[in-house]
Structures are given as C-alpha cells and as structure tokens.
Design a protein around this ligand. Structure first.
Ligand code: IPD
Ligand code: CA
Ligand code: CA
Ligand code: CA
Length: 266
C-alpha cells in the first residue's frame, strides 16, 4: 500500500508557509481585476501559488499541477496531480475578512489521496488522507448529524459573473423557505470543511476544481455526503467537476437535492 504521508507533510508545510506569506503581504495589499470588474486577484494570490507550486516541484519533480493563478488550464488526466487554490476567499482577504483558506490536494490516477485546507488567520487546518478520516488541527471531525431539513443551516456562494443569476436565486429562495437559514461565507473550501466538522449542515454551489478538490476529500473522510445535485456528464471526474456540487450530512442529502430540483423545475 502506498504511503501518502510524505505528500501530506509537504502539503501541510507549504500551506502554512503560504499562510505566513499572505498574512505579511496583507500589509501592502495590491488588488487587480481578472477578466472584468467582478473577480479580484491580489499579489498575494500569485505569490502563494508560486511558493506552493515551486515547493511541490522541488520535492516531486515530474508531478503535474493545476492551480488557479499560475496553471489554470493544465490537464487533469495524469498519474500524479496537485490541485492548488492559493487563496480561497480572495474577496474576503482583500476586505480584511478572516474566512480565507489555502487549499492543496494531491491526486493519484484521478483519485484524491491527500487534502489540506488551512486558514492562516484562524489557525485552523483541516486535513485528510484517503481512508484515514478527517482532522481539524489534529482532532478527528464529523458532520453535525442533523436529519431535519427545516433545522439545517445551509451554505452557498454566487458566481462572479451575474449574467445568469436568476436560476441560482430561485434555488436560494427554495432553500431559504424550507431550511433553517442560509450562509454565504465567501470561501468554498471552508464552506465544505465546515459541513465536515458540523458547523454547517449543507453546502451547494457551482465552482472550479481548485475550490473543492481538497475539501471534498475532507468532507467524505469525515462522513459527510458529497455529490452533484444534477448528474454530471459521462466521463467527467466527480472529484474535479465543479458544477452543481452538494455536500451535506448524510440524512438530508436527498432532501436538499429534491429542493434544488424543485427550484430548477420552476
Ligand atoms: C471563490 C470562493 C467563493 C465562491 C466562488 C469562488 P476565490 O474562490 O470560493 O466562496 O463563491 O465561486 O470562486 O476566487 O476566492 O479563490
Ligand atoms: Ca477559490
Ligand atoms: Ca483563489
Ligand atoms: Ca479567484
């Protein structure tokens, strides 16, 4: 059996180094806009991506990297793949909100084996190795056990581009009317890890591979249910296909999926 501990050790080290770097760079913030006026990128996003990518290449030469800022178009069909979101929650970071994470996942033959989601501001580190459970700062975590939709706190997020926002708002309306409450934390990786550790009962959104690659393993290892509330195209890898993601406590998965389907049918 392969030992994935070296990958976990490296991911933890690089996430913490990048965390210190982005805290330092916060003191001399530079903001630019990607594509249009809605998505921010800072000098810290790029610096953290560089630090992590170079760290991986130094330890595992020949492994491939998919990362939001420096290698967003890499192929994911490779033997060894690292998926990096150098700052998940850039808008939070730029505005001084502390819900920010560095997300690093290691995949072997398309299957996530190691995951780290580290928040340098709260000093919380979620981690997992496939088959060994999920941890928060070294302690085992599990989902809330919530089994009633009307008691569930549900997290979601919204795309930067708002041109097709109406169907998303319809889903929000259905969830808000049928669940206890809704949250928009602003960092998808943390939303998912918060379901894993019981702070949130469900999460749904359409995101990019780097937003959820690490967190989905943490959620599954903790005992949460991860899937897509609309079937994904044949041949896509569910662990990297970001559209219509759903993560919940096991008991409410089909209930939330049903609500979202009802909203989509309107
Ligand atoms: C974003 C955050 C946000 C989610 C967006 C993501 P970024 O990632 O995870 O919560 O709603 O869809 O793009 O751009 O801050 O890395
Ligand atoms: Ca992200
Ligand atoms: Ca990012
Ligand atoms: Ca971004």
């Amino acid at each position: 059996m392969t030992d994935y501990q070296p990958m976990l050790t490296l991911a933890l080290t690089l996430a913490k180094q990048a965390g210190e770097e982005i805290k330092q760079l916060r003191k001399s913030l530079t903001i630019e806009f990607k594509f249009d006026d809605t998505e921010l990128v800072t000098q810290a996003d790029v610096a953290a991506d560089k630090l992590i990518s170079e760290g991986i290449q130094a330890s595992f030469a020949g492994h491939d990297i998919l990362s939001e800022e420096l290698a967003p178009n890499s192929t994911t069909e490779c033997e060894h793949l690292w998926v990096i979101d150098p700052i998940d929650g850039t808008v939070n970071y730029a505005h001084g909100h502390h819900q920010v994470a560095i997300s690093i996942a290691y995949f072997y033959q398309g299957d996530c084996k190691v995951a780290v989601v580290h928040n340098p501001f709260t000093e919380e580190t979620f981690s997992a190795i496939q088959g060994k459970g999920a941890l928060l700062n070294g302690q085992a975590i599990q989902p809330s056990g919530k089994n009633q939709l009307h008691r569930a706190i549900v997290a979601t997020g919204f795309p930067y581009q708002k041109d097709n926002i109406d169907p998303i708002l319809k889903r929000v309306e259905y969830v808000l009317k049928n669940c206890a409450d809704l949250r928009r934390i602003g960092a998808a990786a943390l939303d998912i890890c918060w379901v894993a550790c019981g702070r949130m009962d469900a999460y749904f959104e359409s995101v990019k591979p780097w937003d959820f690659a690490a967190a989905q393993l943490i959620a599954r290892e903790a005992g949460a249910q991860f899937g897509h509330f609309i079937d994904i195209p044949e041949g896509e890898n569910p662990q990297l296909f970001g559209q219509n993601i759903l993560v919940t406590t096991p008991a409410i998965y089909s209930g939330i999926q049903g609500l979202l389907a009802e909203a989509d049918a309107q």
